[in-house]
Write a protein that binds this ligand. Sequence first.
Ligand code: G5P
Ligand code: MG
Length: 249
Amino acid sequence: TKRLKKAARIILIGAPGVGKGTQTERLLSRFPQLAAISSGDLLRENVRKRTTLGLQAEALIQAGSLVPDAVMLDLISSELAVKGWLTPSESTPSSSPAHASSISSSSSRPNTIMPSASFILDGFPRTAVQASSLDRILPINFVVHLFTPPSVIISRITKRWVHAPSGRVYNTEFNPPKVEGKDDVTGEALTQRADDSIDTWKQRLEKFEESSKALIEHYDRQGCLWRVEGNSSDEISPKLFAEIERRFA
Ligand code: G5P
Ligand code: MG
């Protein structure tokens, strides 16, 4: 493991199935100071718990469409407050998505950032609008654009199995669980995601291609964008580790 000297506020951008979740897990074990939020995991948790937000988001996720920016901002800012990376200057009762505490979205009220917090956001922001809103509450200092050709990604999708409560991700070929169908850590049952059919994946890819151009340009302008390409996660991880060490260790 490695120690970071400077606060790393990292986001991962990349096509569905490119390996954002995989790299996040690896980064968390390499750099124990990091913690992570996955927007997809948070949404799926809300769907499982049948929260108002989950019920709103479920059909969109299943169709491979994006959840509206305002809903995402609510969800993520609540979670940032839960993690203690962002403290609302005044508390308001929450509209209560799962995990959420007490900060309201649309507010222009100032928030206080924990200057020392080092973290990864996986899957958020996903649009330029989300990125601009995040800039106002929590400036990101390293944006990783993961690239693997879609023709390579497609073969992974239907082989993905997840441990829903933790977000741990497996693949029957690439990283199978020790016991088939069971999570390595808890022994609980693994499930497949409702949006992991090939058709829905294609729809998600199309949405990604539509929304990511402006997002990537947004961060390119800020000078914190870094692109890494590879046909496998094993090819990408060492480059990613080295770059984070170069910038933050
Ligand atoms: P998510 O949950 O963010 P996606 O579509 O962006 O979903 P996904 O599918 O979670 O991304 P990933 O995390 O990039 O993909 O990939 P992964 O899970 O690590 O790897 C995929 C599979 O490949 C796994 O089985 C893994 O083991 C395997 N694998 C990894 N590397 C390799 C390798 O090198 N070789 C092989 N053979 N296999 C490998 O978002 C879901 C939905 O939520 C909504 C949207 O509706 C979205 O569609 N949403 C948002 N909407 C609006 N705004 C936001 N910010 C939103 N965030 C989520
Ligand atoms: Mg993921």
